[in-house]
Design a protein around this ligand. Structure first.
Ligand code: ZN
Length: 276
């Protein structure tokens, strides 16, 4: 039974309509509804739709829907000093033990970032610090960063172009961060005013592109050999095509979703031409 059907059935059964309830009742439901539930409720009937659109103009609803920053600053990340082990856990990306509650404040469409090997912390000035790998890592770092970067791009693509575009202007987290810094900083600069879903994801994607673009001879061979081992030993040429075709396509999809097709990197375009 669709949502509309259940609303209509109820209207018929009660001999009245949902709209005869006082608006305060609707507002209370919406206050407690989950982020996606609010969008879903818009589809129930015109009254809900109108009411939600009206409420979208109010501050509390804007804050709830990641459209306006809450007044409180983003909480800073706590590193484990030995006496607080409950709220902290080991971070595989940076190799330290720290508070991971920052994920709870992420935009609902991005909650899956929690499952990836990517480090998010918030510094004292509210800057969101994003790291892709252990800063103490050795020569394996290129391979590791390559796989982690691909996993992140795969995740972003899995969200879907439309959702990424729809929520691009929303705040990345709530309370909002004051900006974003990539770690290690050598590869990317501080973006002090970037705090929207689109802005933060663009910064992350650019960092991922950097690592994916690296393939030196050793990394290249490793990627191809890994693929052969995991896929019943196809020829090196087949493995190469499969690995790099996917990378070209991930970039192509995200170029449309996050960069309005303005991100034209020769390396990735070359991959698309070589492995159509
Ligand atoms: Zn970390």
């Amino acid at each position: 039974m669709s949502d509309n059907a259940s609303a209509n059935n109820w209207n018929e059964a009660t001999g009245g309509t949902l709209t005869t309830l006082p608006v305060e009742a609707f507002d209370n439901i919406l206050k407690n509804a989950d982020f996606f539930e609010v969008y879903r409720l818009k589809g129930i009937n015109n009254f809900w739709k109108d009411r939600i659109e009206y409420l979208m103009g109010l501050d509390w609803m804007k804050k709830k829907m990641y459209l306006m920053a809450e007044d409180t600053p983003a909480p800073t990340t706590k590193y484990n000093d030995g006496d607080d082990t409950l709220s902290t856990s080991f971070c595989i990306a940076c190799g330290e033990v720290h508070d991971k509650s920052v994920f709870d404040s992420f935009h609902p469409v991005l909650r899956g970032l929690r499952d990836l090997d990517i480090c998010f912390t918030v510094d004292e000035s509210g800057i969101l610090v994003v790291g892709l790998f252990d800063r103490n890592a050795d020569d394996e770092i290129d391979v590791l960063a390559w796989y982690r970067s691909r996993a992140i791009l795969r995740y972003l693509v899995s969200i879907g172009i439309k959702k990424l575009q729809d929520f691009s202007g929303n705040l990345f987290m709530q309370p909002a961060c004051s900006g974003i810094r990539m770690k290690p900083q050598t590869y990317s600069d501080l973006r002090p005013y970037t705090r929207t879903v689109g802005g933060v994801l663009r910064a992350i994607a650019i960092q991922c592109y950097f690592y994916l673009e690296l393939p030196n001879r050793i990394l290249f061979q490793t990627l191809v050999e890994h693929y052969q081992q995991q896929n019943n030993s196809p020829t090196a040429a087949v493995a190469e095509a499969a690995v790099f075709r996917e990378i070209g396509q991930l970039h192509h999809t995200l170029n449309a979703a996050l960069f309005s097709n303005r991100m034209r990197t020769e390396y990735f375009q070359g991959l698309l031409r070589k492995f159509p």
